[in-house]
Design a binder for this molecule. Structure first.
Ligand code: F6R
Length: 613
């Protein structure tokens, strides 16, 4: 979490850094700050609590001037969100300013040592120790680079760091250890950031730093080293994103834009891979057939929305590929004695490819001899680079903190992967492969028609249900994870308490919650083999006087009579129904949040990329 940006060149650095921070606000928005080295060769720093707009207001009143600057948008880990804990953090001499993403695990031990040497700390952050450590090493060695290297070797934990030193004003120093950091090369100017969108306006030439690398940026040069100071040749590449991908494009929020992009995202993720003449081998380059033939089990690891995609993935692997499968939260997998070995394919799902728990689970699986396949939306992410094999989803840039289009793209990849594994294992017939692919190929068109037809109905229902404090989502079979996802979307952006249950489990406890103050959202689409069972569950909820809104298939005349409100979806085969059913639930959550005046793009306490444990 947290976003960092750095600029050195001939533009006013604070303007470039502020622009970049706005693009990274999805990473955290508890506080923000910028440090520049001004014309007098002194540090000038501005902080603000809360979203970047407050920092921007502050800078409008009293601008910062200087050609070298670093900035930070914070997702608080150590110390509450307040001015003294906002980054950049400084040393005792007010010469060294540091921004940091991650956690310094041994900061208390380092802080105690530095205090005993006379350093005075002003914040509760772990970050501040970095500034004081460098200051301390500089007492015996005036060179910032070697002092930085020494300090880095003292740090334990996760970090992406950028710093400026007013005593050596024409450089920015940076380092990466388990938290993302990219470098951008321009003409007579250079950049660094936690993520590519921050610098896209200025350059498309990017280098993704590796763990254990250190960089020194000047106006005309970028040098990269390992942590012992040996030079490394960075391989820069050109990114093909545009600035517009990071804009709202006329929508009120990124989340709504991203939900409505799903027809295209599904199309892009399917791409050309499903067209075949002889053998169906869509991911033959991503996951070799001999690996598939050598495995007897799949173990998914993921967090949050990606975990829900994994639950659907399990269903698909069992149903389409006859492959035994389990699903684990990454944060649980990493600390249990998971029985994975070289007969197991561990599939890590992570849109960002930077989720700390998922990366740790991947490493644990590898250590145990398992093959690791990453399904991620980010080329060059840590998951993409560390996995044995990778499948890249094609959702494009997702800025809204709540995952929407990345979830759909994960699902599409999982359908294709299950069909591929089933084909390699000879556990699926060609006709089922062809039929399922036909259903998939139909999704973009059907979804495109969906939005204009139902948007205002969903908005009206969301308005009604936003008046409640609690809500139960229920679904069955392949739509049980969709119920979980609908509940997660609602709680994370509207702050209405919502839980998802398998409908059949209601009577084993959760039904005790039902009364007129607790409405139910039921996924009751017609093609489901448990359709009638879900109708019975709806009856049970109605008899506890809960208000019920049901997701029902177009043309359904039965369910409509049982419920108070309906959200329609196209009547499609059950196997592909999750891709359709999740869309109205995303919109339902979106409109509920908007109706309650909550910012769906930046829900409280959350961040898009969870790079700490
Ligand atoms: C929910 C959401 C989170 C993420 C989770 C995993 O809308 O976005 O629950 O799904 O933090 O993130 P990734 O997929 O980046 O590993």
């Amino acid at each position: 979490m947290c976003g960092i940006v750095g600029y050195i060149g001939s533009k006013n650095s604070a303007d470039v850094v502020l622009h970049g921070l706005k693009k990274l606000e999805y990473r955290g928005y508890d506080s923000a700050g910028i440090a520049v080295v001004n014309e007098l060769g002194e540090l000038d720093i501005r902080h603000a609590v809360g979203k970047i707009i407050f920092l921007e207001d502050n800078l409008r009143d009293i601008p910062l001037r200087g050609f070298v600057g670093i900035g930070h948008t914070r997702w608080a880990t150590h110390g509450e969100p307040c001015l003294k804990n906002a980054h950049p953090q400084v040393d005792c001499t007010f010469s060294i300013a540091v921004v940091h993403n991650g956690i310094i695990e041994n900061y208390l031990e380092l802080k105690d040592k530095l205090i005993s040497k006379g350093h005075v700390f002003k914040s509760d952050t772990d970050t501040e120790v970095i500034a004081h450590l460098i200051e301390d090493y500089q007492k015996t060695n005036n060179d910032t680079f070697s002092s930085f290297l020494k300090a880095l070797n003292d740090l334990r934990g996760v970090f992406a760091i950028a710093l400026v030193n007013a005593k050596e004003p024409n450089k920015i120093f940076a380092a990466r250890q388990f938290a993302p950091l990219i470098l951008g090369r321009g003409q007579g100017e250079n950049f660094l950031a936690s993520d590519i969108p921050a610098i896209l306006k200025y350059t498309k030439e990017v280098y993704i730093m590796n763990d254990g690398e250190v960089a020194v940026l000047s106006k005309d040069d970028i040098s990269v080293f390992d942590m012992t100071g040996n030079k490394i040749k960075p391989n820069f590449f050109n990114v093909n994103w545009n600035e517009e991908d990071a804009e709202k494009g006329g929508f009120d929020h990124f989340m709504l834009k991203e939900i409505s992009e799903q027809p295209l995202v599904v199309q892009e993720t399917i791409g050309q891979r499903v067209f075949f003449e002889n053998e169906f081998e869509p991911y033959k380059n991503e996951l070799p057939k001999d690996v598939i033939r050598s495995i007897s089990r799949i173990c998914f690891v993921a967090c949050g929305t990606s975990y829900h995609a994994a639950l659907i993935g399990k269903f698909l692997m069992e149903y389409l590929a006859d492959m035994p499968c389990e699903v684990d939260y990454s944060s649980e997998f990493r600390y249990r004695n998971a029985a994975v070995n070289n007969n197991v394919l561990t599939i890590a799902i992570s849109q960002s490819g930077e989720t700390a728990d998922t990366l740790a689970a991947m490493r644990e699986a590898k250590k145990r001899g398992s093959y690791v396949l990453a399904i991620t939306n980010r080329l060059g992410s840590t998951a993409n680079r560390e996995a044995d094999f990778s499948i890249l989803t094609r959702a494009g840039l997702e800025i809204g903190v709540a995952a929407t289009k990345t979830f759909t793209s994960q699902l599409v990849s999982l359908y294709i992967l299950a069909l591929y594994i089933g084909t390699c294992k000879k556990s699926i017939s060609k006709s089922v492969v062809e039929e399922t692919l036909e259903y998939l190929l139909d999704v973009p068109k059907q979804l495109k028609e969906y939005f204009p037809k139902y948007l205002s109905d969903i908005e009206k229902s969301a308005k009604i249900y936003s008046g409640y404090k609690n809500m139960i989502f229920m679904g069955r079979g392949i739509n049980y994870p969709v119920a979980l996802e609908g509940a997660l979307k609602l709680k994370e952006i509207s702050y209405i308490h919502a839980e998802g249950y398998p409908a059949g489990e209601m009577k084993h406890g959760p039904i005790a919650l039902l009364d007129p103050t607790t409405p139910v959202l039921a996924i009751a689409t017609k093609s489901s083999i448990t359709y009638e069972k879900v109708l019975s569950n709806i009856e049970e909820a109605k008899s506890r006087r809960s208000r019920v809104v049901a997701l029902i298939s177009e043309g359904d005349k039965e369910a409509i009579n049982l419920v108070n409100d309906v959200l329609y979806v196209p009547d499609v085969p059950e196997i592909v129904s999750p891709i359709y059913n999740v869309v109205p639930l995303q919109l339902f959550a979106y409109y509920a949040a908007v109706w309650l005046s909550r910012d769906p793009d930046k829900p409280r306490n959350l961040a898009k990329s969870v790079t700490v444990e």
